[in-house]
Design a protein around this ligand. Structure first.
Ligand code: ADP
Length: 447
């Protein structure tokens, strides 16, 4: 208010000065009173015009985008300009801060692995993140303010949005074949809706696999149990001769063996899935492993097949000995079990040019049809169920081999031709192999 008294004083001064000037000039026309009044009015009028011009400058600035500073006048208009500008700048700052916060908030929602979709009271799209856009097939810009049910027509989603109980999520298979979505709707802010979506395809698949697995295990265990129960009943009710008794006991022992193998394979699988990766600095002599699997193969074969072994005596492999033995053993055992009498089985190790190494088992067995090969490592997958069971298989062997390979950074490679035989290769990365001494050229070329 520093301008108030100077302004009143200036007005008064101008009025008096105008009156005096009027009186002095009006002497010539002999009308002193009229001249004083006219002079005073003219002076005050001039002051008012100047004042109006300053006000106009301020109004022009206010009508503009206020990107420049307000007019820097002294006095009344100066203070108004200063205060208005300060208030505008403070609001601009608050708006910028709020915008930045909103931006951060939206970025956080955008980073969410789940879909977030905001609907207004008429179920029109207000905003959605890119995950929701992908889940519902929307374009966040183009589809803004579109009614969601015009764009997402999956009946389960539409029914849930319109009549559903929002405390429960709804799951449905995407009609475009993109998997299974779980959608949760929440009401907020007077009729608006927050729609949260999640792709549960993987979870559903894992659940289905677990259900299948439990069903398979139950089936695999029930079969020998039923056979055992039958034998027990037979022994209990029928008067068997000593020879018959011996035979029944032998068959019972076969069934218990089968259950034991199954339980042992299941335990190996559970252990492989639940334990940390094998250490990369625990070195095992490869020759020792090869000789053990060869010995096991010969025992199982009992001379029915010709078995050869080529190895690399100087090589060491880093990993878990029991796992590696189980994987190599499974491949060799399969070769013996599936190769008919008189067939040939070549077991060997070979270094590859890139420094990795492969353990290979090549047989002259029946081979496997091409369509089965990608599924062989699934648990309980068998090409010929009765043949597998007959020879003591559990359907878990190759699944164990694949796990062991992956845990050692390697992979299982299967080549097979029906009628000619199969080659199963376990490839290990260079980082898990080392030589104690330089490899002999003969060993490098082996197999
Ligand atoms: P199983 O206990 O039934 O042998 P695996 O997981 O070891 O289970 O093998 C899966 C299936 O792959 C087997 O049932 C068999 O049909 C096929 N298979 C595995 N190895 C061979 C092989 N060397 N020759 C032919 N078929 C094989």
């Amino acid at each position: 208010m520093t301008w108030l008294f100077p302004r009143l004083f200036a007005g008064l001064l101008v009025l008096v000065a105008g009156g005096v000037a009027g009186y002095w000039l009006g002497g010539a026309v002999h009308a002193p009173v009229l001249s004083v009044l006219l002079g005073g009015a003219l002076a005050v009028g001039t002051l008012a015009v100047l004042d109006t011009l300053r006000g106009m400058r301020l109004i022009t600035w206010l009508r503009s985008a206020q990107e420049t500073d307000a007019p820097r006048d002294a006095g009344f208009w100066g203070e108004i300009g200063y205060r208005v500008e300060r208030s505008i700048r403070a609001r601009e700052r608050t708006a910028a801060e709020e915008k930045a916060r909103l931006e951060q908030f939206l970025q956080a929602i955008e980073a969410s692995p789940n879909g977030v979709l905001m609907l207004d009271a008429n179920d029109q799209i207000d905003w959605c993140n890119s995950v929701a856009a992908a889940h519902f097939g929307l374009n966040p810009q183009r589809d803004r303010l579109q009614r969601i049910t015009n764009l997402v027509r999956a009946p389960a989603f539409v029914a849930h949005l319109q009549f559903g109980k929002y405390d429960e999520p709804v799951s449905y298979v995407d009609p475009r074949g993109l998997g299974t979505l779980s959608v949760l709707v929440r009401d907020y802010g007077g009729g608006m809706k927050l729609v949260l979506s999640q792709d549960i395809t993987e979870r559903e698949r894992a659940d289905a696999m677990r259900r299948d697995f439990v069903a398979n295990v139950s089936h695999e265990i029930r079969t020998p149990l039923t056979v055992l129960a039958g034998f027990i009943e037979t022994m209990d009710t029928l008067p068997l001769t000593a020879v018959e008794c011996k035979r029944v006991l032998m068959l019972m022992a076969q069934q218990t063996d089968r259950m034991q193998t199954l339980v042992s394979d299941l335990l190996i699988l559970a252990q492989l899935e639940g334990s940390p990766r094998p250490a990369a600095d625990r070195w095992i002599a490869l020759a020792k492993l090869l000789r053990r699997v060869e010995a096991d193969a010969r025992t199982l074969s009992q001379g029915r097949q010709t078995i050869t072994l080529t190895g690399d005596d100087a090589l060491q492999i880093a990993g878990a000995e029991s796992e590696l033995l189980s994987a190599l053993g499974n491949l060799v055992t399969n070769a013996v079990r599936y190769t008919p009498e008189g067939g040939r089985i070549d077991i060997g190790w070979r270094m590859r040019p890139d420094g990795s190494g492969e353990f290979a088992v090549k047989d002259t067995g029946p081979g496997i049809e091409r369509e089965h090969i990608p599924r062989l490592t699934e648990r309980f997958y068998r090409v010929d169920g009765s043949r597998s069971r007959e020879t003591g298989g559990t359907g878990l062997g190759l699944s164990i081999v694949k796990h062991v390979a992956q845990r050692h950074g390697g992979e299982l490679d299967i080549h097979s031709e029906t009628g000619k035989g199969s080659t199963f290769r376990l490839v290990f990365p260079a980082a898990r192999l080392r030589y104690l001494e330089a490899p002999s050229p003969r060993m490098r070329d082996a197999l």
